[in-house]
Design a protein around this ligand. Sequence first.
Ligand code: UT7
Length: 331
Amino acid sequence: MRRARITSLATYVPPRLLTNADLEKLVDTTDEWILQRTGICQRHIVEKGVGTSDLAKEASLVAIERAGLTPDDIDVIIVGTTTPDTLFPSTACRLQTKIGAAKAWGFDLGAACSGFTYGVTTAAGLVSSGAASHVLVIGADVMSSIIDYTDRTTCVIFGDGAGAAVVGVSDDEAIGILDFENYVDGAFGEALQMPAGGSLMPASAETVEQRLHYVKQDGQAVFKFAIRNTEEACRRLLERNRLSASDVDLFVSHQANRRIIMSAAEKLGVAPEKVVINIERYGNTTAGTIPIALDEAVKDGRLKRGDLVLLASVGAGFTVGSILLRWGTKQ
Ligand code: UT7
């Protein structure tokens, strides 16, 4: 088996900002409440007519270049997204054409906020087995397309953004993706969902009138599940690898709420200075948060070759994922 690693990373967020002050004009909320309860100051939002594949394209082309590759070298494209351009064709197919990855096959991966972690673990399996050499993994969402901007309990949280990683063969057995711990718990699915628009409740005048094509969530239930399971998945992963939280150099968790991340890190025993937080500038970009946060950590010089990195995600489903890796990219 070959060791897989993240060879390169890149991100893209649309330029337009939606600040807490903007939201104060849309719903009954305050900058103070949003900041205190979520840690968010602003989010990036697309202009009308921009889809997930457009954000993914910008991030992908840079990631491919940083890996020292061309689009022709990409074997597989995996797009983790909850907001595909269309139900079909897949965003992966649209992206394949946009970036000119002539030899790639690919698919969309529906795991909500775990889209990137599940994408990376899937890619690592393909690379390790020899089935692929270069897998382009995207975490991208245009959450503004499914957010109800009259619902203050959801509209303050989400933003749009994309991250792309090339997963390839490691040049050093000690560097790369070491292990992962993924699981789902479908019993709590209704706590975070978009009720209409699928086969169960196809779009109709009634579903539109009842605003069922927007994100609905039981915030408290998601909050508690996220803290408990971020800790649980990471603990299992560390224990299995005979490591402790103090061995972790950088903890990059899904950015859903500052309080969720810090509480999970504290319960796990990861020191606050090892926790990456950038939610204040992007909000929750769903599948985009982890690659965006990881890419920023790289740019900020917070990672050096050989560092132990712990990625963690909890998303609608519920989906839970964590990945342990030794850092070492070309960037
Ligand atoms: O990727 C996964 C995506 N989702 C999540 O991760 C969500 C996880 N949950 C959360 O992040 C938090 O539960 C929220 C940010 C959604 C809500 O924070 P909370 O501290 O759990 O607030 P709460 O739901 O307990 O509500 C407290 C109060 C309520 O008012 P009353 O009943 O105490 O009078 C809410 O109506 O805050 C009110 N409230 C707001 N007030 C001002 C809820 N949303 C807002 C708002 N502005 N935007």
